[in-house]
Structures are given as C-alpha cells and as structure tokens.
Design a protein around this ligand. Structure first.
Ligand SMILES: Cc1ncc(CO)c(N)n1
Length: 215
C-alpha cells in the first residue's frame, strides 16, 4: 500500500512553489527584506510556535507511549534556534508576549486546535505536518542561494539542518501510522486538515510582509 503522505505530495509541492514566489521569501533570500519585517515575522511565529508546541503536548497525551515521546520532543524542536535569533535582534520576552497575535496567525492556530477538538488526533496530526514539510522543502530549495544577511541565512540553515529533516520524517511516520488506524473518510478528514494548514502556511508569508494587523 502506498504511504498516506505520498498522496499529499502534490499539495505540499504547490505550497512550496507558491512560498518560493512570495515576496517575503524572495526578499529574505536576496537580503532586501527590511529587518522590521523579519522582526514582525519572528514575533508572530513565536505566537504560532508556542501554540504549536502546546498542541503537540495535547495530542501526545492521546497517543500510544512510543509515539507520544516522539511527538512531545518534536514540539520543543525549534526553541533553541529561535531564542538565539531573538537575542541577536534584541527581541525581549516582554515584546514577544505583549504584541497581539495577527489575524492569519490566529486563524492558523485556531484551525489546528479545531481539528483536534472536532475531528480528533488523526486529523490534528495531519494539520501539524505542513509546518515541518514545507519548511524542509523550502530550505532545501533555497539552501544553495546564500542570503547576504547572515541572520536570514541562519534562518534557512536552521531548516536544512539534519535534525529538522529528521523531525519531518518522524512527523510523516506518525501521520502515516494515524492514517493506517482510520477508515477512508477519516483519511479524507486528514487530507482536508493538511490542505487547510497549507493554505495558512502560504498566507503566513504575506501576513508578515504586510505586517498585518486587526484594523
Ligand atoms: C508558520 C510556521 N510554519 C512552519 C514553521 C516551521 O516549524 C514555522 N516556524 N512557522
């Protein structure tokens, strides 16, 4: 039987293609992106990653012990790299916490929690996967182009690092295990959760580029 994640390849490829064309990513690799824009991205992504990590822990609590350990560890994956970047640009914990979450980040976070509450663990794990898979694909594609801004290159490098690639493979394995445990309609729900997350991933770049606010 072909792996469930193989059926998601076309969607992730489309999202990768669209992301590579997004002005935020283009300017990040050319070095033209204003630092204030990247700073805004890091603030919003910190909101996202905090919620994302909590969701990993919530889902892990419902999984068999061996998968739970893996998922729980995955949730904490990006903390160290991000803390270093925050320090480099003088982003304080206070500023990170006090800046309100922007509409698209809010919608993405809400979507992921909704999937767990409404459809359960299989759909929720599928909703987490684009986060890993997209950044791995994108970083691999952009790794050859060196951004003249060291901080921006550091961002790309953190996602081509072997441990992030390994995390993507572990997450795919968990999603495939979940897919094997549900019926065809359950797999359709998983596909939908994955597609919606891809939609919000794509919008995340434009949200950052526009420094989107509520009004
Ligand atoms: C929005 C978003 N998606 C994916 C990743 C990669 O983990 C990230 N840091 N932020």
């Amino acid at each position: 039987m072909t792996l469930f994640t193989t059926s998601l390849t076309a969607t992730i490829n489309q999202t990768t293609e669209a992301s590579a064309q997004a002005p935020f990513i283009k300017q990040l690799s050319s070095g033209e992106l204003p630092l204030a824009t990247f700073r805004y991205y890091l603030i919003q992504d910190n909101h996202y990653l905090t919620a994302f990590n909590r969701l990993h822990q919530k889902i892990a609590a419902r999984l068999p012990a061996n998968e739970a350990v893996i998922l729980s560890r995955l949730g904490e994956g990006e903390d160290t790299a991000r803390q270093r970047m925050h320090k480099e640009i003088g982003l304080s914990t206070q500023e990170l916490c006090e800046t309100p979450v922007a509409p698209n980040a809010y919608s993405y976070i809400t979507h992921m929690y909704y999937q767990l509450g409404r459809y359960g663990t299989a759909a929720a794990t599928a909703g987490l996967l684009p986060c890993y898979w997209l950044y791995s694909e994108l970083a691999q594609r952009l790794a050859v182009k060196h951004s003249p801004v060291p901080l921006y290159q550091e961002f790309f490098d953190s996602y081509t690092a072997a441990d992030f690639t390994a995390s993507t493979e572990q997450m795919k394995a968990i999603v495939n295990q979940q897919a094997a445990g549900v019926d065809q309609s359950g797999r359709q729900l998983m596909t939908r959760a994955f597609q919606i997350s891809c939609y919000y991933e794509e919008q995340f770049w434009q949200m950052a580029f526009d420094q989107q606010g509520w009004r």
